[in-house]
Design a protein around this ligand. Structure first.
Ligand code: OS5
Length: 232
């Protein structure tokens, strides 16, 4: 089993590399890929750099060049739901691109012809996450994630995303990873820990909590990998 674990920023994968310890480095297409053996399974770790296009390049590279058969994303997100707090873990059930707009042609936001407004995450990986959460007594929230090439730090914009996509959290890469993985028929899972509330204080909260929230997400991903390699 070859498993991809990706983040968008260095801080999102550093706790993983620290935990796994020994790795080889392969530089490809202006990105660095860390390959390692874990309990007899191959793992490829990388951060994509920020945004949907970078995330797509990395996800496709991990699948097509490195042959990864499952992809796990670990990182941070802005909260939409008022009951989410910094450090809370959310898992995406489905994802949508909130900045995709050809509504001028009568289509809904997030939709292009031959596509869909939402991309579903893999049910089996979600079930593994739920079983890890239950084993370890860690609360996780299943929700829709909205993705766009914008750092959201505005209450009005956040409300619009909430009302248009019924999303509980937002970020800048997940739906791109989802689209790439579903197109290539590779099961994927998106985990995020809340770093901010996507409001006027978001950039300050993000700077303060990026590292700690990224660590919370990475620790959960490691437990999931342990469960995945036990099943296989
Ligand atoms: O990857 C981006 C999306 N992430 C999730 C997220 C988010 N997305 C949208 N809106 C929000 N309110 C969100 N909260 C969490 C996080 C990340 C956001 S973009 C942050 C950019 C911060 C930064 N800019 N420069 N540096 C850091 C330093 C630097 C310099 C050179 C190379 C790398 C980093």
């Amino acid at each position: 089993m070859k498993i991809a674990i990706m983040g968008a920023m260095p801080e999102e994968i550093e706790p993983l590399l620290e935990y796994f310890g020994e790795y080889k480095i392969i530089d490809y297409a202006k990105n660095r890929y860390y390959t390692l053996d874990y309990k007899g399974h191959e793992i490829v770790v990388a951060y994509s750099k920020i945004g949907k296009v970078n995330a797509t390049i990395t996800a496709v590279t991990m699948i097509e060049k490195f042959g990864c058969e499952k992809l796990l994303f670990s990182g941070v997100a802005g909260a939409i739901h008022d009951d989410l707090n910094v450090g809370d873990l959310i898992i995406a059930t489905k994802l949508s691109q909130h900045d995709l707009d050809i509504t001028a042609f009568g289509h809904p936001y997030g939709f292009v012809p031959e596509g869909a407004v939402y991309e579903d995450a893999d049910r089996d990986l979600i079930d593994i996450a739920k079983s890890v959460a239950s084993d370890k007594n860690i609360p996780i929230i299943e929700t829709t994630i909205a993705t766009g090439d914008q750092f959201i730090c505005n209450q009005e914009k956040k409300e619009w995303i909430k009302n248009t996509f019924d999303a509980g959290a937002l970020e800048m890469e997940g739906a791109a990873v989802a689209l790439a993985c579903n197109a290539l028929e590779v099961p994927f899972f998106i985990l995020r820990s809340i770093s901010d509330a996507a409001d006027m204080d978001a950039s300050f909260s993000f700077d303060e909590f990026l590292e700690s929230s990224a660590k919370i997400s990475a620790q959960f991903i490691i437990s999931m990998v342990d469960k995945i390699v036990k099943i296989k």
